[in-house]
Write a new protein. Structure first.
Lengths: 291, 279
């Protein structure tokens, strides 16, 4: 049995003992990842079912390229198909990131564990960070599988593609997506009933201004301005350039530096917004189980 | 960051002064108004003491537990746990406190073992520590070894509550908050929980705040018994003194004399009240 902690050991958690504190925080972060591994294992058949749904949904979008050709339009079908496929994969990836982060609160509330988690001595940054790390790893696996399955379905060839560069762009963009995801994760704290669904609204708003299936240039001026501050714009642009044209990381710097800056701003902003939401929930008694 | 002063060895386990919590209540007829869940509660619990708080549904027991476990912010007054303020030094408080409540609250698809691993990580316990300690603790609370890998949803309420006790024991809380831990349990499970409370005190030197409906349980386990009624702490003293003060033979009679109402009276009404007020 664990050695009994003395009252003075509470001070071991104080920043004066920063190395021990960091160790405990990282163990806590790993605990969230570990829990999500357990849950994914338990719900694996549901995940397979949702994957089939995602593939079907992606096909409905990607077939549009062939539809235009069949209607008499003159387009490079393979290039248009790949452009749409990348948009659909980024959409699905972003959906997974937002879903996991939003469920950090929503799922725990549904299971009734929310009070135990929020009264544990783990910083909210590490708590949400654990959800974010798992979401990125799981999302990458799902995105790669989705891309491979749909590309194989259409028999797409990628002789010149630079997949490594595309992966790096997606990982760099994930930092920003994580920050924005923290902002959406606060919604179930404020509104236990409808908050989780509002995460989908944020996902849609982000992608609609970012040129998910079309060039940003076709958008109205005010939406184009919003596109410049959306990390998805640079992610889509960089991934398309690396897969369609084989662009190297060096030549994608114009996409990478905005992603780094937006990411650096989104993480502290997301955390600050979540902390405000947590204070609101504690003030109004919303930090409790439902059902 | 601010440096914390060393904790005085004689610090009280729990100390509240004029602690107050209100919730906004929306009513179609009367509009939005604030309703007090706790009104100027002042109490002190010494280290190693077991204090029981009696009260009907909606009396403020759970609100008190949530305030002490940093899940709610007070609207007035102060609360300290071993000298740490629950608002300003919440992380230090969280390190010292754990809780067992009426609902076991676990991830239902995960096994007892997986749930405990998850909970322990938040307290900085490594996989090697938990691999060794979780089987030992589950054995200690009488959980059958062959059911450790079953999903929680397959377990009875009594079994789930044993896992909840194991979760509390695993993190070795210096202050254990028990919020109706035996409500709805069969007599045997109830006795096991009561044994657990005694062990937490005798072996682990924990301080215990027990909120309960069970008057006999309160009398058996606690040195002092408090009566919380509509958010007000009417009394906090040894059960014998409480009975003596009201000239009562039983705690139930003392409760009636203190509040003007029986323990079971108006429960439905107050239950509905609580749901509205605390929603």
């Amino acid at each position: 049995m664990r050695e009994k902690p003395s009252v003075s050991q509470a001070e071991a958690w104080h920043p004066r003992n920063s190395l021990l504190e960091l160790k405990h925080e990282l163990i806590g972060l790993a605990g969230v990842v570990e829990r999500n591994v357990y849950l994914t294992r338990r719900y694996i058949y549901w995940d397979l079912a949702f994957f089939v749904w995602t593939v079907a949904n992606t096909l409905t979008i990607v077939f549009i390229a062939k539809g235009i050709e069949a209607s008499g339009g003159e387009i490079d079908v393979d290039r248009a198909t790949t452009t749409l496929l990348i948009g659909a994969v980024v959409w699905a990836y972003l959906g997974i990131i937002f879903e996991f982060l939003t469920e950090t609160v929503a799922w725990e509330r549904w299971e009734g564990t929310i009070e135990y988690t929020f009264m544990a001595p783990l910083s909210r940054a590490m708590h949400l960070g654990g959800s974010g790390v798992f979401a990125v790893l799981y999302g990458l696996v799902r995105a790669i599988l989705l891309f491979a399955v749909v590309a194989a379905f259409f028999g797409l060839q990628f002789d010149d593609a630079n997949f490594a560069a595309a992966l790096v762009i997606l990982i760099v963009a994930s930092v920003s997506f994580f920050g924005i995801g923290m902002m959406t994760a606060v919604l179930p704290l404020i509104s236990p009933e409808k908050g989780a669904q509002l995460g989908f609204v944020a996902q849609g708003m982000l992608l609609v201004v970012s040129g998910v299936y079309y060039p940003v240039e076709v958008l109205p001026g005010w939406m184009q301005w919003l596109a410049t501050i959306s990390p998805a714009t640079y992610a889509l642009d960089g991934i398309r350039a690396s897969i369609l044209d084989g662009a190297s990381l060096g030549s994608l710097w114009h996409d990478i530096w905005p992603l780094l800056i937006i990411g650096a701003a989104c993480i502290p902003l997301g955390l600050a917004i979540f902390n405000r939401g947590e204070v609101y929930a504690k003030r109004h008694g919303k930090l409790k189980r439902s059902g | 960051m601010k440096e914390l002063s060393p904790v005085p060895p004689d610090a009280l386990a729990v100390e509240t002064h004029d602690l107050r919590k209100e919730f906004v209540r929306k009513d179609r007829d009367r509009g939005k108004r604030r309703v007090a869940a706790l009104e100027r509660v002042t109490l002190a619990i010494a280290r190693g003491e077991c204090v029981a708080i009696l009260g009907q549904n909606g009396s403020g027991k759970s609100t008190l537990v949530r305030l002490l476990s940093t899940l709610l912010l007070p609207d007035g007054g102060s609360a300290r746990v071993f000298g740490y303020d629950v608002v300003r030094e919440d992380k230090a408080v969280r390190r010292l406190v754990n809780r067992v409540s009426v609902e076991a609250s676990f991830f239902k698809k995960m096994s007892p073992s997986e749930n405990l691993h998850y909970a322990a990580r938040f307290y900085g316990m490594t996989p090697s520590e938990t691999s060794e300690q979780i089987p030992a603790i589950l054995e200690r609370v009488g959980f059958p070894p062959d059911r450790r890998t079953e999903p929680m949803e397959n377990l009875s309420r009594g079994m789930q509550q044993k896992v909840a006790l194991a979760r509390a024991l695993l993190t070795s809380p210096v202050l254990l908050l028990l919020d109706e831990p035996t409500t709805g349990l069969d007599p045997r499970s109830k006795l096991e929980v009561q044994d657990f409370v005694r062990e937490m005190r005798s072996v682990h030197d924990s301080t215990i705040l027990l909120c309960t409906h069970d008057l006999a349980e309160a009398e058996k386990l606690a040195e002092r018994v408090g009566i919380l009624d509509r958010g007000r702490l009417l009394a906090l003293e040894p059960a014998a003194d409480l009975k003596g003060r009201f000239g009562a033979d039983t705690l139930e009679e003392a409760f009636f004399a203190a509040t003007g109402r029986g323990f079971e009276d108006e429960e439905d009404e107050l239950d509905a009240e609580e749901r509205k007020v605390l929603a």
